[in-house]
Each structure stands twice: as C-alpha cells, then as structure tokens.
Design a binder for this molecule. Structure first.
Ligand code: SAM
Length: 373
C-alpha cells in the first residue's frame, strides 16, 4: 500500500531551484495570465464558433468544413498567434531566469554532488538517440529535451521543471497538483495490495514525479529512466537536495536494460503522447518484459483518448501538432494503448483504463495499464 507521508508537488522548492527576481515574477505573471485568458477564450468563444461552423453554417450562411472555417476566423488567427507568442515568451523569460543564475545554481549543484546520498546517476555516452527525440524541441523548449552542453550540464532539466510548472499553471493546474501523486492515489484505490521492491519510472525527465514514487514506496528501490543526460543530471541533484534515494539511468524506455521479470511496478507520466506509435509499442513490450509475475504497470497521460472526446478537442489536438512542437499529440490520441498492452503480451482481462481527477486543478488524467499474471 503506498504511503503519502511527504508532499512533493509543483510548488516544491529545493536547493537547485532558481530564485525568481521581481522582474522574473512580473514576466511570468504576464505569461500566466495570458495563458489563462487564452484558455478561457478557447473553452468559450472558440468552442461556440466551432460548434456553429460544425453545424454547417459559416457566417455567410454557406456550407463549410469546420477546420477550414475556423482557419478563416480573425479571432482564431489572433488566438493562435498569441498562444504561439506566449509560449515563446515563456521560454525566453525562464531561460533568462535560469541562465542568470547558472553560477549560483552550479555552486549549489557542486555542493549537492559532494553530499552522501543513497541514489545514483548512470549516464551512457554511447546511447543512440532516436531521430524523433533529437529533432523535437518539445513544446518549444530551447534545444529540446536532448540538449546536453557537456559534462555537468543540467540546463535542460532546470528548464523542464520551470517550464512544466508555468505551462501547467497557465492551463489551470494548481501548485498542489502532481501527476506522480495522481498515479500513487490511483494505485492505492485500484491495487491496494501493491508493495513493490523495485519501481521504474519511464521517461522520468527532471525527476519531479519519480520523487513521488520514492516517497510513496520508501522500502523500494526507485529508478528513473530517460534519454536526456541534461535532464538526468538535474534529476539526480534534485533528488539529492530532497534527500530521496533514487537511481537515475540514461536509457530508452523501449530498451531499459533491466533484467527480465525484475521489476514490480512500472510507471510513466505524460511520456506516451511524446513518442511515436512504434516507440509506444516498444514501451509496452518493455513494460511486459521487465515486470515480475503479479507486477503492475500504470501509464498516466493527457485524456485525449477518451472515446467521447469532443470534435472541438480533437481539432485543438491538431493545433498542438501544427504549432506547439507536439508531433505525436494526435497519433497518441488515435492509438489504442489498451490494444498495445495486449499486443505486448498482457491478457485482455488484466488491462484497465480509467480517468483520475487532478488533486488541484480542473483536468482529468488518463490512466492505462495492466497487471501481469
Ligand atoms: C513530458 S516529459 C515528462 C517528464 C516526467 N515524466 C514528468 O511528468 O514530469 C516526457 C519525457 O519523456 C522522455 N522521453 C521521450 N522519449 C523517450 C524514450 N524513448 N525513452 C526514455 N525517455 C523518453 C523525455 O526526455 C521527457 O523527459
């Protein structure tokens, strides 16, 4: 049974956290309010325009297809441009904040590097990066998740943490939310008997959610796996700062290097919508291979797989692909993860999917997984 003795969420501050100056706060507040406002416009005016044009009525009364009619709307053009602009502003503002503090953050990192910890960092300089990973600057993050400027560089991890926090706050998610905690709560409800010795978090990034698993399962060995060296260096220092014994390993989620049947719990947070369908299939096969009999896999992601997803939401998914460096947002929405789990070896009756409300925010998360017999 998972334990939730310590809160680690989007407001968690640690020794490596950049400090926002008054100017940083002003810039970030502008971006936050712009994003909130744009989100409201999407949910209200754009949605009713979409419904109107979908019912076949353009403003001049002619028959039309919804997508092209939306493209022609000045309101949509303005919304789209402002959305793209606010995203660019976000990365510029966060980049300025982090870059300015590199000396202080590096000093904190060196100090943490010398601390006695039970966790570890295992990088693999020979690891071959998938093409999609090298060529995607996910939602505009400068240099993408693969950015690695050499020994000791943790910049991409710091940017992923800062960007994820501001982006999701702009989307309505509160400071107390944590995707990792949502998974932990889900496991407590659906499989209260789970008491893992080994937990593997696939696509762990800066380690924000991995920390939740280490807290919830204090008796387990917790591993975080990701392709990005810069993300993992930061994750290791962050876990050290939070005094959490996590092992971070640079590897592909489709080929982790763990032995067959050696893991009790495999989890991932918002990894699946950021990988192409063939990698998603490989991740499911790998989850099956490394799980012990009786083991559990839970993948958490955006709820675009909901069968009753409104046409408006589907149309917005295409906007993400076209304008927000999310090349797999739509293919994820159209891929059946439950089928992929069955194709990977799980029995159909052991596969589940569910929706879990955020702890602090209006969204629901998609949970999909299986138990290995
Ligand atoms: C949206 S981020 C989520 C990070 C983290 N799980 C979280 O929720 O805070 C997706 C992560 O998946 C990683 N990733 C993408 N493809 C991967 C692969 N094939 N193997 C391992 N990690 C991968 C990226 O580097 C990135 O850190």
């Amino acid at each position: 049974m998972p334990q939730a003795s310590r809160e680690i969420n989007r407001s968690t501050v640690h020794k490596l956290s950049p400090v926002a100056s008054c100017r940083d706060r002003g810039r970030q507040s502008f971006i936050f309010h712009t994003k909130r406002h744009l989100g409201n416009i999407a949910r209200t005016t754009l949605r009713s325009e979409f419904d109107r044009v979908s019912s076949g009525q353009a403003s001049d009364g002619a028959e039309c297809d919804a997508s092209s009619a939306m493209q022609a709307l000045p309101l949509f053009a303005a919304w789209s441009a402002l959305n793209i602009g606010s995203q660019q502003q976000m990365w510029r503002a966060l980049g300025d904040m982090v870059n300015r503090q590199i000396p202080a953050m590096s000093a904190a990192g060196r100090e943490l590097g010398g601390a006695a910890v039970n966790g570890s960092l295992q990088l693999d300089s020979d690891l071959e990066m998938p093409d999609y990973f090298q060529s995607t600057a996910y939602h505009g993050q400068p240099g993408g998740y693969c950015l690695d400027r050499g020994e000791g560089d943790w910049f991409s991890g710091a940017m992923q943490e800062a960007g994820g926090t501001l982006y999701s706050r702009g989307a309505g998610t509160g400071d107390k939310d944590s995707k990792g905690q949502a998974v932990v709560r889900f496991i407590a409800e659906c499989c209260p008997d789970v008491a893992p010795d080994t937990v593997v978090d696939l696509g762990c990034g800066y380690g924000g959610q991995t920390a939740n698993y280490a807290v919830a399962f204090p008796d387990a060995q917790t591993y975080g796996v990701d392709l990005g060296a810069g993300l993992l260096r930061y994750a290791h220092l962050r876990a050290t700062a939070l005094d959490l014994p996590i092992h971070f390993k640079q590897a592909c989620a489709g080929r982790t290097g763990f032995a067959d049947a050696s893991v009790d719990l495999v989890v991932s947070n918002i990894l699946l919508h950021e990988i192409p369908p063939e990698m998603l299939a490989a991740v499911m096969r790998e989850s099956f291979r490394i799980l012990r009999p009786g083991g559990l896999v839970v993948h958490q992601d955006v709820p675009t797989q909901k069968p009753d997803t409104a046409a408006f939401q589907q149309w917005l998914s295409r906007w993400q692909v076209a304008h927000n460096d999310e090349p797999f947002w739509q293919s994820f929405a159209e891929t059946s993860v439950t089928n992929a789990l069955v194709d990977a070896g799980f029995a159909e009756q052991d596969v589940f999917e569910a929706y879990q409300p955020q702890i602090d925010g209006p969204l629901i998360w998609y949970m999909v997984g299986a138990r290995k017999p």
